[in-house]
Design a protein around this ligand. Structure first.
Ligand code: UD1
Length: 368
Protein backbone atom coordinates (compact mmCIF):
# COMPACT_ATOMS: atom_id res chain seq x y z
CA UNK A 1 0.00 0.00 0.00
CA UNK A 2 1.36 3.36 -1.08
CA UNK A 3 0.37 6.32 1.06
CA UNK A 4 0.88 10.05 0.57
CA UNK A 5 0.68 12.11 3.74
CA UNK A 6 -0.03 15.81 3.29
CA UNK A 7 0.94 18.66 5.60
CA UNK A 8 1.16 22.34 4.80
CA UNK A 9 0.53 24.64 7.72
CA UNK A 10 1.73 24.73 11.30
CA UNK A 11 -1.25 22.92 12.85
CA UNK A 12 -0.77 20.00 10.44
CA UNK A 13 2.72 19.01 11.49
CA UNK A 14 1.84 17.68 14.96
CA UNK A 15 -0.91 15.60 13.36
CA UNK A 16 1.25 13.82 10.80
CA UNK A 17 4.11 13.15 13.25
CA UNK A 18 2.36 10.34 15.18
CA UNK A 19 0.96 8.84 11.97
CA UNK A 20 4.48 8.57 10.55
CA UNK A 21 5.61 6.96 13.82
CA UNK A 22 2.83 4.38 13.63
CA UNK A 23 3.45 3.64 9.96
CA UNK A 24 7.10 3.03 10.79
CA UNK A 25 6.20 0.78 13.71
CA UNK A 26 3.77 -1.21 11.59
CA UNK A 27 6.37 -1.74 8.91
CA UNK A 28 9.11 -2.75 11.34
CA UNK A 29 7.23 -4.74 13.94
CA UNK A 30 4.83 -6.50 11.66
CA UNK A 31 7.05 -6.81 8.63
CA UNK A 32 4.53 -4.94 6.48
CA UNK A 33 7.02 -4.40 3.68
CA UNK A 34 4.28 -3.51 1.23
CA UNK A 35 3.51 -0.42 3.33
CA UNK A 36 5.25 2.68 1.95
CA UNK A 37 4.62 6.37 2.40
CA UNK A 38 5.82 9.73 1.18
CA UNK A 39 5.42 13.12 2.80
CA UNK A 40 4.24 16.16 0.87
CA UNK A 41 4.77 19.61 2.39
CA UNK A 42 2.69 22.10 0.44
CA UNK A 43 4.64 25.12 1.72
CA UNK A 44 1.49 26.92 2.89
CA UNK A 45 3.59 27.91 5.89
CA UNK A 46 7.24 28.50 5.15
CA UNK A 47 8.94 30.67 7.81
CA UNK A 48 11.46 28.69 9.87
CA UNK A 49 9.40 29.18 13.05
CA UNK A 50 6.14 28.15 11.36
CA UNK A 51 7.50 25.10 9.58
CA UNK A 52 11.04 23.70 9.88
CA UNK A 53 11.12 24.28 13.64
CA UNK A 54 8.22 21.86 13.88
CA UNK A 55 9.85 19.24 11.67
CA UNK A 56 12.88 19.38 13.99
CA UNK A 57 10.91 19.39 17.25
CA UNK A 58 8.53 16.65 16.21
CA UNK A 59 11.20 14.45 14.58
CA UNK A 60 9.43 14.46 11.23
CA UNK A 61 11.67 13.32 8.36
CA UNK A 62 12.32 15.81 5.57
CA UNK A 63 9.39 15.87 3.16
CA UNK A 64 9.78 13.94 -0.09
CA UNK A 65 8.09 16.80 -1.94
CA UNK A 66 7.91 20.51 -1.16
CA UNK A 67 5.33 22.42 -3.21
CA UNK A 68 6.36 25.95 -2.27
CA UNK A 69 2.80 27.30 -2.28
CA UNK A 70 3.46 30.30 -0.01
CA UNK A 71 0.98 32.95 1.08
CA UNK A 72 -1.67 34.39 -1.22
CA UNK A 73 -5.43 34.77 -1.39
CA UNK A 74 -7.35 31.60 -0.57
CA UNK A 75 -8.12 30.95 -4.24
CA UNK A 76 -4.53 31.47 -5.40
CA UNK A 77 -3.03 29.46 -2.54
CA UNK A 78 -5.47 26.56 -3.02
CA UNK A 79 -5.01 26.58 -6.79
CA UNK A 80 -1.20 26.61 -6.55
CA UNK A 81 -1.26 23.62 -4.23
CA UNK A 82 -3.68 21.77 -6.52
CA UNK A 83 -1.56 22.27 -9.63
CA UNK A 84 1.61 21.01 -7.96
CA UNK A 85 -0.04 18.19 -6.03
CA UNK A 86 -1.67 16.80 -9.17
CA UNK A 87 1.77 16.28 -10.72
CA UNK A 88 2.85 14.31 -7.67
CA UNK A 89 -0.24 12.11 -7.63
CA UNK A 90 0.14 11.38 -11.34
CA UNK A 91 3.79 10.43 -10.91
CA UNK A 92 3.48 8.53 -7.64
CA UNK A 93 0.09 6.86 -8.09
CA UNK A 94 -0.63 6.41 -4.38
CA UNK A 95 -3.43 4.13 -3.15
CA UNK A 96 -4.49 6.70 -0.61
CA UNK A 97 -3.86 10.33 0.26
CA UNK A 98 -4.10 11.19 3.95
CA UNK A 99 -5.03 14.78 4.78
CA UNK A 100 -5.29 16.23 8.26
CA UNK A 101 -7.21 19.08 9.84
CA UNK A 102 -8.93 21.91 8.02
CA UNK A 103 -6.41 24.19 6.31
CA UNK A 104 -6.32 25.13 2.63
CA UNK A 105 -3.79 22.35 1.94
CA UNK A 106 -6.29 19.80 3.31
CA UNK A 107 -8.95 21.01 0.90
CA UNK A 108 -6.67 21.36 -2.13
CA UNK A 109 -5.08 17.93 -1.88
CA UNK A 110 -8.28 16.04 -1.17
CA UNK A 111 -9.95 17.49 -4.28
CA UNK A 112 -6.96 16.61 -6.46
CA UNK A 113 -6.72 13.05 -5.15
CA UNK A 114 -10.42 12.32 -5.44
CA UNK A 115 -10.59 13.53 -9.04
CA UNK A 116 -7.77 11.14 -9.88
CA UNK A 117 -9.80 8.39 -8.20
CA UNK A 118 -7.32 8.04 -5.37
CA UNK A 119 -8.85 7.31 -1.98
CA UNK A 120 -8.84 10.12 0.58
CA UNK A 121 -8.49 9.64 4.33
CA UNK A 122 -9.40 12.66 6.45
CA UNK A 123 -7.91 12.80 9.92
CA UNK A 124 -10.03 15.01 12.23
CA UNK A 125 -13.12 14.55 10.06
CA UNK A 126 -16.63 15.63 11.01
CA UNK A 127 -15.82 18.63 13.22
CA UNK A 128 -18.24 21.49 12.58
CA UNK A 129 -18.38 25.03 13.94
CA UNK A 130 -21.47 25.75 11.78
CA UNK A 131 -19.84 29.13 11.18
CA UNK A 132 -19.52 29.66 7.45
CA UNK A 133 -17.51 32.85 7.88
CA UNK A 134 -14.64 30.63 8.97
CA UNK A 135 -12.55 29.45 6.00
CA UNK A 136 -11.73 26.26 7.88
CA UNK A 137 -15.43 25.33 8.06
CA UNK A 138 -15.64 25.37 4.26
CA UNK A 139 -12.47 23.28 4.08
CA UNK A 140 -13.91 20.72 6.51
CA UNK A 141 -17.24 20.41 4.75
CA UNK A 142 -15.78 20.07 1.26
CA UNK A 143 -13.10 17.59 2.34
CA UNK A 144 -15.65 15.46 4.17
CA UNK A 145 -18.01 15.56 1.20
CA UNK A 146 -15.52 13.48 -0.82
CA UNK A 147 -13.44 11.52 1.71
CA UNK A 148 -13.40 7.72 1.85
CA UNK A 149 -12.15 7.34 5.41
CA UNK A 150 -13.37 9.57 8.23
CA UNK A 151 -11.01 9.41 11.19
CA UNK A 152 -12.88 11.01 14.02
CA UNK A 153 -11.67 12.57 17.29
CA UNK A 154 -14.91 13.04 19.21
CA UNK A 155 -18.52 11.88 19.22
CA UNK A 156 -19.98 15.16 17.93
CA UNK A 157 -18.12 14.50 14.67
CA UNK A 158 -19.80 11.11 14.24
CA UNK A 159 -23.18 12.77 14.74
CA UNK A 160 -22.36 15.51 12.21
CA UNK A 161 -21.19 13.06 9.57
CA UNK A 162 -24.23 10.79 9.98
CA UNK A 163 -26.53 13.80 9.78
CA UNK A 164 -24.84 14.72 6.49
CA UNK A 165 -25.61 11.24 5.20
CA UNK A 166 -22.10 9.75 5.35
CA UNK A 167 -22.11 5.94 5.53
CA UNK A 168 -21.49 4.58 9.00
CA UNK A 169 -18.88 2.06 7.83
CA UNK A 170 -16.61 4.88 6.61
CA UNK A 171 -16.59 6.59 10.02
CA UNK A 172 -13.86 5.46 12.40
CA UNK A 173 -13.76 6.83 15.93
CA UNK A 174 -10.01 6.58 16.49
CA UNK A 175 -9.24 9.32 19.03
CA UNK A 176 -6.98 12.30 18.59
CA UNK A 177 -3.56 12.23 16.91
CA UNK A 178 -2.78 15.68 18.37
CA UNK A 179 -3.02 14.12 21.79
CA UNK A 180 -0.78 11.20 20.73
CA UNK A 181 1.81 13.80 19.87
CA UNK A 182 1.21 15.80 23.04
CA UNK A 183 1.79 12.80 25.33
CA UNK A 184 4.89 11.81 23.39
CA UNK A 185 6.32 15.33 23.50
CA UNK A 186 5.65 15.62 27.23
CA UNK A 187 7.87 12.60 27.77
CA UNK A 188 10.59 14.15 25.60
CA UNK A 189 10.60 17.46 27.44
CA UNK A 190 13.66 16.98 29.62
CA UNK A 191 15.69 19.39 31.72
CA UNK A 192 18.34 19.84 29.08
CA UNK A 193 15.94 20.94 26.36
CA UNK A 194 14.11 23.25 28.77
CA UNK A 195 17.16 25.20 29.84
CA UNK A 196 17.90 25.99 26.18
CA UNK A 197 14.59 27.74 25.67
CA UNK A 198 14.62 31.51 25.22
CA UNK A 199 11.70 31.72 27.66
CA UNK A 200 13.33 29.54 30.34
CA UNK A 201 14.35 32.42 32.62
CA UNK A 202 11.07 34.24 32.19
CA UNK A 203 9.10 31.16 33.19
CA UNK A 204 11.28 30.51 36.25
CA UNK A 205 10.83 34.10 37.38
CA UNK A 206 7.06 34.21 36.82
CA UNK A 207 4.80 32.72 39.45
CA UNK A 208 1.52 32.92 37.62
CA UNK A 209 1.18 33.74 33.95
CA UNK A 210 -1.20 33.35 31.05
CA UNK A 211 -0.16 31.79 27.75
CA UNK A 212 -1.82 33.50 24.78
CA UNK A 213 -2.15 32.72 21.07
CA UNK A 214 -4.19 34.79 18.65
CA UNK A 215 -4.35 34.57 14.88
CA UNK A 216 -7.89 34.00 13.51
CA UNK A 217 -8.80 36.49 10.77
CA UNK A 218 -12.09 37.12 12.62
CA UNK A 219 -10.10 38.34 15.63
CA UNK A 220 -7.13 40.13 14.11
CA UNK A 221 -8.09 41.42 10.67
CA UNK A 222 -10.38 44.23 11.86
CA UNK A 223 -9.06 47.08 13.99
CA UNK A 224 -12.13 47.41 16.23
CA UNK A 225 -12.16 43.72 17.17
CA UNK A 226 -8.42 43.42 17.69
CA UNK A 227 -8.36 46.59 19.76
CA UNK A 228 -11.15 45.33 22.01
CA UNK A 229 -9.31 42.04 22.63
CA UNK A 230 -6.03 43.84 23.33
CA UNK A 231 -7.75 46.25 25.73
CA UNK A 232 -9.01 43.25 27.72
CA UNK A 233 -5.55 41.66 27.66
CA UNK A 234 -3.82 44.89 28.70
CA UNK A 235 -6.10 45.08 31.72
CA UNK A 236 -5.71 41.40 32.66
CA UNK A 237 -1.93 41.46 32.28
CA UNK A 238 -1.54 44.06 35.03
CA UNK A 239 -2.71 41.37 37.43
CA UNK A 240 -1.47 38.26 35.62
CA UNK A 241 1.34 38.70 33.09
CA UNK A 242 0.86 37.27 29.63
CA UNK A 243 3.31 35.37 27.44
CA UNK A 244 2.40 35.89 23.80
CA UNK A 245 4.17 34.22 20.87
CA UNK A 246 2.87 36.29 17.97
CA UNK A 247 1.63 34.71 14.72
CA UNK A 248 2.89 36.54 11.58
CA UNK A 249 -0.67 37.54 10.60
CA UNK A 250 -1.25 39.11 14.01
CA UNK A 251 2.11 40.88 14.08
CA UNK A 252 1.32 42.41 10.73
CA UNK A 253 -2.13 43.61 11.83
CA UNK A 254 -0.94 45.00 15.19
CA UNK A 255 1.64 47.03 13.28
CA UNK A 256 -0.79 48.17 10.59
CA UNK A 257 -3.38 49.32 13.15
CA UNK A 258 -0.76 50.86 15.48
CA UNK A 259 -2.18 48.93 18.46
CA UNK A 260 0.00 49.04 21.57
CA UNK A 261 0.34 46.26 24.11
CA UNK A 262 1.50 47.07 27.61
CA UNK A 263 4.79 45.89 29.12
CA UNK A 264 3.15 43.02 31.05
CA UNK A 265 2.45 41.25 27.78
CA UNK A 266 5.71 39.64 26.73
CA UNK A 267 5.93 39.21 22.98
CA UNK A 268 7.87 36.45 21.23
CA UNK A 269 8.31 35.19 17.70
CA UNK A 270 6.26 31.99 17.08
CA UNK A 271 7.70 29.27 19.32
CA UNK A 272 8.44 25.65 18.54
CA UNK A 273 6.15 22.91 19.77
CA UNK A 274 8.24 21.91 22.78
CA UNK A 275 8.83 25.44 24.01
CA UNK A 276 5.13 26.30 23.70
CA UNK A 277 4.23 23.18 25.64
CA UNK A 278 6.86 23.99 28.28
CA UNK A 279 5.09 27.31 28.81
CA UNK A 280 1.38 26.52 28.53
CA UNK A 281 1.35 23.30 30.55
CA UNK A 282 2.14 25.28 33.72
CA UNK A 283 0.22 28.44 32.87
CA UNK A 284 -2.55 29.55 35.18
CA UNK A 285 -4.69 29.56 32.05
CA UNK A 286 -4.40 29.61 28.27
CA UNK A 287 -6.19 32.15 26.11
CA UNK A 288 -6.41 31.20 22.48
CA UNK A 289 -8.35 31.15 19.24
CA UNK A 290 -6.55 28.05 18.00
CA UNK A 291 -8.36 24.76 17.53
CA UNK A 292 -5.56 22.52 18.70
CA UNK A 293 -4.86 24.27 21.98
CA UNK A 294 -8.49 23.87 23.05
CA UNK A 295 -7.93 20.12 22.82
CA UNK A 296 -4.43 20.00 24.24
CA UNK A 297 -5.36 22.05 27.31
CA UNK A 298 -8.29 19.71 27.90
CA UNK A 299 -5.97 16.71 27.75
CA UNK A 300 -3.70 18.20 30.44
CA UNK A 301 -6.44 19.84 32.52
CA UNK A 302 -5.21 23.41 31.98
CA UNK A 303 -8.01 26.03 32.04
CA UNK A 304 -8.59 27.50 28.58
CA UNK A 305 -10.47 30.59 27.46
CA UNK A 306 -11.30 30.42 23.79
CA UNK A 307 -11.54 33.80 22.11
CA UNK A 308 -14.24 32.71 19.69
CA UNK A 309 -18.03 32.63 19.62
CA UNK A 310 -18.13 28.94 18.73
CA UNK A 311 -16.04 25.81 18.62
CA UNK A 312 -16.00 22.80 16.33
CA UNK A 313 -14.62 20.84 19.31
CA UNK A 314 -17.59 20.81 21.74
CA UNK A 315 -16.21 17.94 23.82
CA UNK A 316 -13.66 20.40 25.25
CA UNK A 317 -16.56 22.46 26.65
CA UNK A 318 -18.67 19.52 27.76
CA UNK A 319 -16.13 17.57 29.77
CA UNK A 320 -12.88 19.47 29.31
CA UNK A 321 -11.40 22.71 30.62
CA UNK A 322 -12.47 24.97 27.80
CA UNK A 323 -14.82 27.95 27.95
CA UNK A 324 -15.98 30.21 25.11
CA UNK A 325 -15.48 33.92 25.68
CA UNK A 326 -15.92 35.38 22.21
CA UNK A 327 -14.01 38.59 21.48
CA UNK A 328 -15.78 41.24 23.55
CA UNK A 329 -13.80 42.87 26.35
CA UNK A 330 -16.44 42.38 29.07
CA UNK A 331 -16.85 38.68 28.24
CA UNK A 332 -13.11 38.02 28.22
CA UNK A 333 -12.73 39.75 31.60
CA UNK A 334 -15.66 37.76 33.00
CA UNK A 335 -14.17 34.41 31.96
CA UNK A 336 -10.76 35.41 33.29
CA UNK A 337 -12.23 36.38 36.68
CA UNK A 338 -14.16 33.13 36.85
CA UNK A 339 -11.00 31.05 36.42
CA UNK A 340 -9.02 33.17 38.89
CA UNK A 341 -11.75 32.86 41.51
CA UNK A 342 -12.60 29.19 41.03
CA UNK A 343 -9.06 27.97 40.29
CA UNK A 344 -8.42 24.74 38.44
CA UNK A 345 -11.62 22.70 38.07
CA UNK A 346 -12.04 18.94 37.77
CA UNK A 347 -12.12 17.97 34.12
CA UNK A 348 -12.15 14.72 32.18
CA UNK A 349 -10.13 13.51 29.27
CA UNK A 350 -12.36 12.70 26.28
CA UNK A 351 -12.78 9.05 25.26
CA UNK A 352 -9.94 7.56 23.21
CA UNK A 353 -7.63 10.53 23.75
CA UNK A 354 -5.14 7.99 25.00
CA UNK A 355 -2.13 8.34 22.75
CA UNK A 356 -3.14 5.52 20.42
CA UNK A 357 -5.13 7.28 17.70
CA UNK A 358 -2.42 7.01 15.03
CA UNK A 359 -2.00 3.30 15.75
CA UNK A 360 -5.74 2.82 15.21
CA UNK A 361 -5.62 4.78 11.95
CA UNK A 362 -2.76 2.67 10.58
CA UNK A 363 -4.52 -0.54 11.63
CA UNK A 364 -7.65 0.50 9.76
CA UNK A 365 -5.71 1.55 6.67
CA UNK A 366 -3.76 -1.68 6.47
CA UNK A 367 -6.88 -3.82 6.92
CA UNK A 368 -8.60 -2.18 3.95
C1 UD1 B 1 -3.64 29.11 8.48
C2 UD1 B 1 -4.91 28.24 8.45
C3 UD1 B 1 -5.54 28.21 9.82
C4 UD1 B 1 -4.55 27.80 10.90
C5 UD1 B 1 -3.34 28.72 10.81
C6 UD1 B 1 -2.28 28.35 11.81
C7 UD1 B 1 -6.22 28.17 6.37
C8 UD1 B 1 -7.44 28.68 5.70
N1 UD1 B 1 -5.88 28.79 7.53
O1 UD1 B 1 -4.05 30.43 8.77
O2 UD1 B 1 -6.62 27.28 9.81
O3 UD1 B 1 -5.16 27.90 12.14
O4 UD1 B 1 -2.79 28.62 9.49
O5 UD1 B 1 -1.18 29.17 11.70
O6 UD1 B 1 -5.60 27.28 5.85
N2 UD1 B 1 2.84 34.13 7.04
C9 UD1 B 1 4.17 34.29 7.26
N3 UD1 B 1 4.93 33.16 7.35
C10 UD1 B 1 4.42 31.91 7.23
C11 UD1 B 1 3.05 31.77 7.01
C12 UD1 B 1 2.26 32.89 6.92
O7 UD1 B 1 4.67 35.38 7.40
O8 UD1 B 1 5.18 30.92 7.32
C13 UD1 B 1 2.01 35.34 6.98
C14 UD1 B 1 1.64 35.72 5.57
O9 UD1 B 1 1.84 37.07 5.42
C15 UD1 B 1 0.18 35.40 5.45
C16 UD1 B 1 -0.30 35.43 6.90
O10 UD1 B 1 0.82 35.13 7.70
O11 UD1 B 1 -0.50 36.28 4.65
C17 UD1 B 1 -1.37 34.43 7.16
O12 UD1 B 1 -0.97 33.13 6.73
P1 UD1 B 1 -2.01 32.11 6.05
O13 UD1 B 1 -1.34 30.80 5.81
O14 UD1 B 1 -2.69 32.76 4.92
O15 UD1 B 1 -3.13 31.93 7.11
P2 UD1 B 1 -3.05 31.68 8.64
O16 UD1 B 1 -3.69 32.84 9.29
O17 UD1 B 1 -1.67 31.28 9.07
Amino acid sequence: MKIILVAGARPNFMKIAPIIGSLRAKRMEHGAKHLTWKIVHTGQHYDYEMSQAFFDDLEIPAPNFFLNAGSASHAVQTAKIMVEFEKICLAEKPDIVIVVGDVNSTLACSIVAKKLMIKVGHVEAGLRSFDYTMPEEINRIVTDSIADFYFVTEKSAIKNLLKEGKPEDKIHFVGNVMIDNLFYQLKCLDNESQSNFSTYKLKKESKDYIFLTLHRPSNVDEKKTLLEIIEALNEISIETPIIFPVHPRTRKMLGAFGIKLNEHIKLFEPLGFKESLFLWKDAVMVMTDSGGLQEETTALGVPCITLRENTERPITLEIGTNMLAGNKKADILKCYRQIIEKGKQEANIPPKWDGKAAERIVDILTKN
